[in-house]
Design a protein around this ligand. Structure first.
Ligand SMILES: Nc1ncnc2c1ncn2[C@@H]1O[C@H](COP(=O)(O)OP(=O)(O)OP(=O)(O)O)[C@@H](O)[C@H]1O
Ligand SMILES: [Mg+2]
Length: 211
């Protein structure tokens, strides 16, 4: 699904060759500042490599219309982006972007419940806690129904139990619906428990192994 060849980006990333398979769960781990977010942004074509190529479905990323690509490959940024308005408005905003306005309110309520967010959909989103905002942004992305979900530390503000239940649900959802998940996580335990592959960025080197 994704293939990276001979990539170089500033003095931040150097990747000879990586393949990320369709319908798999891949975690990206590494120290703070090692380039995890940079790598994720490259897969979403937010930044381009200085050298080398990235392919998505056998076509180079820069050959895609960026809007079309970002409907198929959706990225959750490291810091949740919350807009003025209700929780529901905030959840639906991604769907507007993906031009499919129809939604199932029951599905959204189930997701809120699964993710342990005990709030009414009409409440303003700006008063939510950091961890609640994180989960709202995650729901926003799930209901967009993308092919690939890129998550940048989606559970960094959550306690261990909530983190586990959220990741567990997302991984199950991905497997059940034949999606592809690539997530940056600070937790090696989470990476080991849920991933098919782990990419570890360590200094100038990059290791990949299957779990
Ligand atoms: N546009 C840029 N220009 C120059 N340096 C950058 C740019 N973006 C990021 N960096 C640097 O690249 C390195 C990797 O940044 P990145 O955000 O990818 O790290 P990270 O692994 O996601 O870290 P964290 O775990 O703290 O989120 C950092 O040293 C950062 O300062
Ligand atoms: Mg980061």
């Amino acid at each position: 699904m994704f293939e990276i060849k001979n990539l170089k980006y500033k003095d931040i990333l150097e990747i000879e060759h990586i393949i990320i398979n369709k319908n798999s769960v891949t975690s990206i781990v590494g120290e703070s500042g090692s380039g995890k977010t940079t790598l994720l942004k490259m897969l979403n074509n937010i930044i381009s490599p200085d050298e080398g190529e990235i392919y998505y479905d056998e076509k180079e990323l820069n050959q895609y219309d960026p809007i079309d690509l970002r409907r198929r490959v959706v990225m959750l940024p490291q810091t949740p982006v919350i807009y003025k308005g209700s929780i529901l408005d905030n959840i639906l905003i991604g769907k507007r972007f993906s031009k499919s306005e129809n939604y199932n309110i029951e599905e959204i309520k189930v997701l809120l419940e699964k993710f342990n967010v005990n709030k009414n959909l009409n409440e303003p989103a700006e008063n939510l806690s950091g961890g609640e905002k994180q989960r709202i942004c995650l729901i926003r992305i799930l209901i967009m129904n993308p092919e690939v979900i890129l998550l940048d530390e989606p559970t960094s503000a959550l306690d261990e139990n909530t983190e586990d239940l959220v990741v567990n649900y997302v991984v199950e959802y991905v497997k059940k619906n034949n999606k592809t998940l690539i997530m940056v996580t600070h937790s090696k335990e989470i990476a080991k428990k849920y991933s098919d592959y782990i990419i570890e960025i360590k200094g100038d080197d990059l290791f990949e192994w299957s779990c």
